[in-house]
Design a protein around this ligand. Structure first.
Ligand code: AMP
Ligand code: ZN
Length: 469
């Protein structure tokens, strides 16, 4: 498959460090507030990447950190008069719930996402290495990275040291630096700030060192893919490269992937403009979470996504078209009865599968892949029910399941729309007791659902709920 590597500025064939295995690091949320839909645009893109790699049979080691200490989290905790951890924990929990709502696979390595505050040792060790190599220097208890020691600085963002970096934004905390481009690795704590022990002072890590330390700890000094939103290219990822490669002398990451920022009604999201949406805001307006996911996914990750509420309506419609087709053919009135069909659907399906994969292999071209699905639906609708055999129908159902494994947008549990809340609750409860192997209670719940006019179908890929007509 081909991916656009920010480092080379070109589409590159993905060549893995280890056969059959992908090491993937995605920068996680800074937990000082609920994540907004811009954040989720990036997280959904990363989820698509992960799912498509897995679909191709690769084992993906996916690390995503939680940034639970930085300037913003500290400021938030101070404002609310809370201890840092008490301030961040509810946002960490909310983020986990939001991932589930949007059907984003949780990172799988290590078992829980590493939190910056629990990985300070690895950060201190990395900074010590840089100090020993004189790449970093200590000034009044804080430690800074000496950018002039890293000749390749700017290779990711294509910024030159002379010119646009010198005199760039100077962090107010960092007045002790030798050069404007130098950045803090360790910040001596000010009065009342959370602080950890280190050889230099009681203090806290800089944001950039957090990701270098956590990614290398869990994925090794060199790994395959590092992803995030485009705002992270500079300085965050540029600095990660300088820190990691400075310390190890090895290439840090092979492929750097960045999602373009989402705009709302053509503007940057901001609270003061009133165009700022968290996922929760949209759910409150009554949008189907899968329609939100669809809206975030349906524009190519390197194209500008302009989010509007009208666009949400279109996403909902598009999703309904796919769901209706799938549902009607596989379970509804259009379900074929004959065993053998004319073969028309098989031929169509074969080409569709091929084209669908090719679109995604080409830098995850989702708009093209969706176009192929809609073309399939259009042609499929022209084939009459009598011409389709049950075997072909099963193949089509399998294909839609595969598509859903990759796009994760049709929702396994609530297959049809308009499933009332009380039914959803019963279905969820049944999922839960089934996991606990309480099958008699599960059957009982199924019957309750049935009495309310819905039936459940357990398939290899999940449970479907359908309304009895
Ligand atoms: P943060 O919580 O600010 O550290 O950001 C989490 C992720 O969301 C990072 O990958 C950011 O690059 C990304 N991000 C932030 N704002 C947007 C936006 N408007 N559109 C897309 N991605 C964003
Ligand atoms: Zn990061």
């Amino acid at each position: 498959m081909k991916l656009f590597n920010t480092l080379s500025g070109t589409l590159e064939e993905l060549k893995l460090l280890r056969k059959g295995e992908v090491s993937l690091y995605t920068c996680g949320p800074t937990v000082y507030d609920y994540a907004h839909i811009g954040n989720f645009r990036t997280f959904v893109f990363e989820d698509l990447l992960r799912r498509f790699l897995e679909y191709q049979g690769l084992k993906v080691k996916h690390v995503m950190n939680i940034t639970d200490v930085d300037d913003k989290t500290i400021a938030g905790a101070n404002r609310d008069g809370k201890k840092l951890q008490d301030f961040t924990q509810p946002y960490i929990d909310a983020f986990g719930e939001d991932l589930k709502t949007l059907n984003i696979l949780p990172p799988n390595h290590p078992e829980h996402p590493p939190r910056a505050t629990e990985e300070i040792k690895a950060m201190v060790a990395l900074i010590e290495k840089l100090v020993a190599k004189k790449i970093a220097y200590v000034n009044d208890g804080s430690v800074y990275y000496r950018v002039s020691t890293f000749p390749n600085y700017g290779k990711l963002s294509k910024k030159k040291l002379e010119g646009n970096i010198q005199g760039a934004r100077v962090d107010v905390d960092e007045y002790e630096k030798e050069e404007a481009a130098d950045f803090a690795l360790w910040k001596k704590a000010k009065e009342g700030e959370p602080a950890w022990d280190s050889p230099w002072s009681k203090g806290r890590p800089g944001w950039h060192i957090e990701c270098s330390a956590m990614s290398m700890k869990y994925l090794g000094e060199t790994f395959d893919i590092h992803a995030g939103g485009e705002d992270l290219i500079f300085p965050h990822h540029e600095n990660e490269i300088a820190q990691s490669e400075g310390a190890t002398g090895k290439p840090f990451v092979k492929y750097w992937l960045h999602a373009k920022h989402l705009l709302v009604n053509g503007e940057k999201m901001s609270k003061s403009k009133g165009n700022f949406y968290t996922l929760r805001d949209l759910l409150q307006k009554g949008y189907d979470p899968m329609a939100i996911r669809y809206a975030l996914l349906s524009v190519h990750y390197r194209q500008q996504l302009n989010f509007t509420l009208e666009g949400m309506g279109a996403s909902q419609e598009a999703l309904k078209r796919i769901r209706d087709f799938w549902y009607e053919r596989s379970f509804g009135a259009m379900r074929p009865e004959k065993q053998k069909g004319s073969g028309k659907l098989s031929i169509l399906l074969k080409r569709t599968k091929q084209d669908f994969s090719e679109a995604l292999e080409n830098d995850l071209n989702v708009p093209q892949a969706l176009g192929i699905i809609f073309a399939f639906i259009k042609s499929g609708n022209l084939i009459s029910k009598d011409e389709i055999g049950t075997d072909e129908d099963k193949q089509a159902d399998k294909f839609f399941n595969e598509v859903d494994d990759i796009l994760g947008v049709f929702s396994k549990l609530f297959f049809t729309q308009d499933i009332p809340l009380d039914i959803r609750k019963l279905v969820e409860e049944r999922q839960k007791v089934r996991k606990e192997k309480d099958f008699s209670r599960a059957d009982n719940l199924r019957n309750q659902v049935r009495k309310k006019g819905f039936i459940l179908e357990d398939t290899a890929s999940g449970t479907r709920v359908k309304k009895l007509l």
